[in-house]
Design a protein around this ligand. Structure first.
Ligand SMILES: Nc1ncnc2c1ncn2[C@@H]1O[C@H](COP(=O)(O)OP(=O)(O)OP(=O)(O)O)[C@@H](O)[C@H]1O
Ligand SMILES: [Mg+2]
Length: 191
């Protein structure tokens, strides 16, 4: 392997931080539309979607689209217990009032008064990440949070990553614990 994961993260995050607000918004709109118009989305009753921060693909369109078409929507929360960190999922009904700032300033569900979703209930996960490749391998931020969460999904639950074109590489470093995506959607491609 030519690049380590940390080199890949550095390189792609630098490129992504160079996108302007107009580029981020217009590309995110295209990506959200593609998700909302997909058969996988149409068939999903419960969607787990991340809340974007910094220059990630903006997910507001997906969350609003899911709620307005009567779907259940869950958001992840980083649960910390000593050294143990993992993702939990909670169902929200109101994207303005059911969230608050959590780890790193990312909006998280108000867990104490919301329904805790079991991983096995989810039909579609919208997965964030730093870098992806044409084999649908994924490099995230380096905590293994999504790798551990995604391994508990029911068989048949779809794992769809969304990313900008600049986040797609020919090949990213992959380890045995890295969970492959079922699809990756960018503003111009579907992988
Ligand atoms: N299924 C797993 N079980 C136990 N540990 C894991 C598992 N998946 C990942 N890890 C641990 O997490 C660490 C980080 O993994 P990795 O570099 O793949 O992160 P990442 O995919 O970038 O992060 P994330 O999934 O949070 O976006 C690894 O060193 C590994 O030890
Ligand atoms: Mg990984």
């Amino acid at each position: 392997m030519f690049n380590s994961k940390s080199e890949v993260r550095k390189q792609i995050l630098a490129a992504r931080s160079g996108l302007t607000e107009v580029e981020l918004s217009s590309k995110s709109d295209i990506i959200c539309e593609k998700i909302i118009n997909s058969g996988v989305f149409a068939g999903a009753g419960l969607v787990l979607c991340y809340m974007d921060f910094k220059n990630e693909v903006k997910t507001g369109g997906i969350i609003r689209g899911a709620l307005s078409s009567g779907k259940r929507i869950g958001l992840p929360l980083v649960y910390k217990d000593g050294m143990d960190r993992r993702l939990l999922a909670y169902e929200i009904k109101d994207p303005d009032n059911d969230v608050r700032k959590g780890t790193l300033g990312i909006l998280e569900p108000c867990s104490e008064r919301l329904y805790k979703i079991n991983a096995g209930e989810i039909d579609l996960v919208i997965v964030p990440g730093v870098a992806f490749d044409i084999h649908r391998q994924r490099v995230g931020y380096g905590a293994g949070l999504y790798d551990r969460f995604l391994q508990n999904l029911r068989p048949g639950c779809m794992k769809v990553a969304i990313a900008f074109d600049i986040q797609i590489m020919d090949m990213v470093p992959a380890e045995t614990h890295d969970i492959k995506m079922d699809a990756i959607i960018t503003e111009t491609r579907m992988i």
